[in-house]
Write a protein that binds this ligand. Sequence first.
Ligand code: GDP
Ligand code: IMO
Ligand code: MG
Length: 424
Amino acid sequence: MATAVLGLQWGDEGKGKITHLLAASAAMVVRFNGGPNAGHTVIDRGVKFGTHLLPAGAFYAGVRSVIAGGVVIDLGILREEYDAVAKHLTAHGMSAPRLVLAENAHLILPYHRTLEDLEGSGAKFGTTRRGISPAYRDKAAHVGVRIGDLLRPQQLEERIAWRLELLCREWPNSDELRRVDARTIAREQIALGEPWIDGIADASLVVGEALREGADVLFEGAQGTLLDVDFGTYPYVTSSTTLFAGIASSVGVDSGRIERRLGVTKAYQTRVGEGPFPTELGDETGERLRERGGEFGTTTGRPRRCGWLDLVALRYAVRLNGITELALTKLDVLDGLDELKICRAYRLGGRNAREFPLSGDGLAEAAPIYDSMPGWSRLGRPASWNDLPACARDYVGVIEEEAGAPVTLLSFGPAPEDTLRRAL
Ligand code: GDP
Ligand code: IMO
Ligand code: MG
């Protein structure tokens, strides 16, 4: 059965851990959105990796890994992580991962990062400064460069030269832009892409066939619903579709064949970068969550903002994605708190609101209304649902009730073995 793994918050929910766990029994793993702004932590055979582009299937022999057309690819970053994972696999007697790169995926080129710095969006929005928004913008503006262009070096160089010419007209005072040269960039890109040159293909055919055969295809989402370019807290969002709906257009497949839509949420809330966050805690409890949860960005190392679980936002994310099941991560981080707070509604414009405001500006005015619940002292390593402390079971119950979806995976530590599966 095909499964989509989707982030339901502002990213960093633990999608990497969950996808890696499920990939063990998958035939194919497809990364379908965003770019190297993602940072997915995977612990494989005791070794920790922070992957930015490489799908979690890469850690298993016989699992095909696909990077879909809707992803923006920085070949330098992909090469670095591919080499590190290939080395790790070789040390365990396995061969290097098999990778399919969609020929219509766009490249992030060095000038995209320069552009992001020139515009100052890193500081204003707290972006990851990986050139994500300039690359997506170039795609929409017909001036992007795609992976498939690596197969036609002359065309690759011409497209880069044309884009650079436009950029130099736009930014006449940028020495950095004037210094770069199309031929050098084109050659560098071809050299970086060399290990996968035979893997450049129409991914919609490859994935579509696997879906029609009924194979276990896993779709690895990046970022989270609240960072979606259309339905997130605009303008504090990323530049791609982070929702289930994005799979259809990014991969080019019939997403109606994906029955299982697994939403990942932490047991509390975090956000990295700027933007509204109603349940944010600026106090000792927030600090405690950050320390206990190791809440520092996988991609940028920035401290993540922490707060209580926001069920208004969770219901919104479940609705937008049509989530069928939940994976609840980092329950262990709440250990030892006497009181837990959980937000079921907001106070907004003098009224109680149960719906998430579509605009980031509306959300900035929302004040959380909390319910209080007793905490537990220590989860330990529960072997079954009944081994969980009663207060933890109650906490999970409230999440299921509000979200209207069952929690089928419970995570209480970073390693794959710190997970409990519950039958539906
Ligand atoms: P992703 O971007 O959604 O893949 O999430 P990240 O990897 O950026 O952030 C999640 C962090 O939490 C990583 O450091 C994981 O190793 C860690 N993690 C995942 N699940 C758990 C859990 O259940 N408990 C604890 N304590 N850490 C977890
Ligand atoms: P994963 O897949 C958390 C955030 C950035 C910034 C905003 C826009 O690890 O969950 P961008 O560089 O995309 O233009 O930045 O989006 N952001 C993420 N936050 N996890 C991520 O990915 C993120 N990807 C982007 O911090 O606020
Ligand atoms: Mg992350």
